[in-house]
Design a protein. Sequence first.
Length: 366
Amino acid sequence: MFGLSQKQVEQKLASFQDPCLNTNYIVSKAIRKIEITVELLSVEIELGYPLAGIRADIEQALTTLLEPIAGDRKVRVQVSWNIKAQKPQKELPSLSNVKNVIAVASCKGGVGKSTTAVNLALALSAEGASVGILDADIYGPSQAMLLGVDNKTRPEPYDDKCWRPIRAHGIQAMSMAFLLEDNDAPMVWRGPMVSGALQQLITQTKWHDLDYLIIDMPPGTGDIQLTLSQKIPVTGSVIVTTPQDIALLDARKGIEMFRKVEIPVLGIVENMSVHICSQCGHSEPIFGQGGGAGIAEKYDTRLLGQLPLSMTIRERSDSGTPILVTDPDGEISQIYRSVARNLSAVLSQRAAAGTGAFPKITIDDN
């Protein structure tokens, strides 16, 4: 048996870098408690983002890291998370029962933004967060179809002014499609009517204790985007693009738009990064490569992940059973979960800046 100090434990912990935060737990002030007794070395770590998919791996890695300095002591590492609210743009008041609002945008149609948005929502839920999704595309809502919600389903009233969100696959959802009698009829509305409808959808939905509300934005930089930036408390945004140059042009517009309205861009998701042949499994970057990484570097943001152009994603989405539901442990689902962890980790660093507390240290050699 040999003595063990707090400094030794911290030095060891400092050598481990969190896979999503890209820093160690000393710098990120994630160490909640260190306890050293004759028989036990216990470390409790509390992170600001959900990580159910990799928690066991991190606990095992840290246990293995600490064992050489623990002597005859048993090593116990516990990793948990506590998702906090981030301040929205321009000090707008937060939505009731919603900690963080994340806008998923592309500013261009056809890049798979809605499919990405719903799978990110499901991935965050799988990682251990309470999640809702709002379809902000008033003219062409698609989340009802993607979530497999029957077109006759209507939200239940909460009171005279609010609706209860629809629940599907473990997440809460609201869309204009849930309120229309005829989903095949076009929405022939002017901009102010659309903006008013969006505000009603968000503020008059009785969300239930959400860690994250994902907003599936329509393409463009018009009335809906302006309403979102002026009226809705958004804590971060994600840009979805494909590698091809024409999509990257619009992705740049999206980044600039969010910066002008003081909404932080958490990162870039590159969709359709490579095509995977359903027959032989061969992959090929048919839309080019490196575009997502390049734009992330140019605008000093993060490439959150790259999704393949896969027929499976399309088939599952069209059937209303997204791939996170039908194949939660599959390779593609794991990519979505990695993207979800990365974006929530980036957001947690913004929320936790300057607010970390010192860990509780207990040393007992008796």
